[in-house]
Design a protein around this ligand. Structure first.
Ligand code: ADP
Length: 408
């Protein structure tokens, strides 16, 4: 990993006895961790005792906008909603601008004529951490000088003491073939630092929940009723708060599981990397509304592992420890690597299959729970390749997922 790589990861690895790889000095390596993706050749050359923290070709779900085809999350989900119906209705209605400006204006005018004008949020395509985002109601307020998305604003978020929050959920894909996805039990609820108020759409501290924005709020350290000081909670605190108020956390969590599976299923067959060595951590940003519907706002590639506050250490350090356990680099791998470095032998990579005696990946590790495959969906996971969009079997999987995760 680069010197500038996540400090917390370096700390976790060093505490477990790992040593940094230095080109030309250290004979071999087991884990490579980068913020950006790898080159094709790096995937191809990955050995069974080595791990890379990305997969090739998964940008489709982590991009806000792309100009062609289905290659951005909202386009993919919009298409899937067209095919499979409301089960895929967990992403706010989205347009790209300038490409779909006319389409957006048509809908805007229709709503205006019907007297039910929505609130909209505009997000520049190439920025993250809340930069350049604004919320608006009037068409003339929409200005942009780069590709952006205009999305229907969720106007009725569930509030805690009047403050908006979203959930940063950590999802780890251990393998795309067979698709193997884990959801981390812990995470961060991230709060806005001004009370939610739709009469002042310009107040970023009221409408955006990014920590990178709210850490500059004058009320960050103030005691904000039930929220308290700061702008983050661990999920354990959110869970306890829900229980006190008779809000069903379990039900929301089940929906999140369903959304995670529905998002990865249609793209899994495209990721054809024949290596056990890849894994990827994603950050799913989820907003819950007053009716307890969970909305997916974004899937982040390389979610932040930086530390702004003590709570980041409490969540992210065990997360990284569990990732290292889950990706399974054992002493045996290290010695294989050493042998490889000494003899320069080429070990053949093995593609795990669900038919292996016993599934090749555990059902849980630390706070990671495998959400796909699970016994209730095992009949689909047993295939070498998952059903593809458009195949009758895909319809059946989606129906089963709906039954299991969305109807209670
Ligand atoms: P970024 O990549 O810049 O963080 P996000 O899509 O995560 O962009 O949006 C930033 C924040 O804006 C979210 O954390 C959330 O608080 C708010 N937000 C984004 N989209 C919506 C929406 N459709 N409805 C309500 N709030 C939203």
């Amino acid at each position: 990993m680069a010197e500038t790589g996540p400090y917390l990861l370096r700390e976790v690895l060093e505490s477990k006895g790992w040593v940094p790889f230095v080109e030309g000095e250290t004979p071999y390596w087991n884990l490579s961790w980068k913020g950006s993706r790898y080159r094709k050749s790096e995937y191809e050359q990955c050995q069974p005792f080595q791990r890379l923290n990305h997969f090739p070709n998964t940008a489709i779900i982590t991009r806000k906008v792309s100009d062609h085809g289905l290659d951005s999350l909202f386009r993919l989900l919009r298409t899937l909603k067209g095919i499979y119906g409301s089960v895929y209705d967990y992403f706010p209605l989205t347009f790209t601008v300038p490409g779909e400006f006319i389409r957006f204006v048509r809908l805007y005018a229709e709503e205006e004529n019907n007297g039910n004008k929505s609130i909209w949020i505009c997000k520049p395509a190439d920025l993250s951490r809340g930069r350049g985002i604004f919320v608006f109601r009037e068409l003339h307020e929409l200005t942009y000088d780069c590709n952006a998305v205009v999305q229907r604003y969720i106007p009725n978020p569930l509030l805690i003491s009047g403050y908006k929050f979203d959930m940063r959920c950590y999802v780890l894909v251990r393998s795309y073939q067979p698709l193997t996805v884990y959801l981390y039990e812990d995470g961060l609820a991230r709060f806005a630092t001004s009370r939610y108020d739709t009469s002042t759409l310009k107040n970023k501290f009221s409408h955006l929940t990014n920590t990178s924005i709210n850490k500059f709020s004058p009320t960050l350290d103030a005691n904000k009723d039930d929220v308290g000081p700061g702008c983050k909670w661990q999920f354990s605190r959110l869970r306890a708060y829900f229980e006190q108020r008779n809000l069903d956390f379990h039900k929301v969590w089940e929906k999140i599981k369903g959304m995670v599976i529905l998002t990865f299923l249609p793209i899994a067959h495209q990721i054809t990397v024949h290596s056990e060595g890849c894994f990827e951590l994603y950050g799913f940003d989820i907003l819950i509304d007053e009716s307890m519907k969970a909305w997916l706002l974004e899937v982040n590639l390389s979610p932040a592992l930086s530390v702004d506050a003590q709570i980041d250490i409490l969540v992210k350090k065990p997360l990284l420890e569990d990732i290292i356990s889950l990706v399974g680099i054992s002493e045996e791998d290290a010695s294989k690597a050493l042998k490889h470095a000494q003899a320069s032998e080429h070990c053949s990579t093995r593609q795990p299959t669900a038919e292996d005696a016993g599934y090749p990946f555990p059902s849980s590790v630390g706070k990671f729970t495998r959400v796909f495959p699970v016994p209730s969906l095992a009949k689909y996971a047993g295939r070498h390749e998952l059903p593809r969009v458009g195949e009758p079997l895909m319809k059946q999987v989606v129906t089963d997922i709906k039954k299991i995760y969305f109807t209670h």
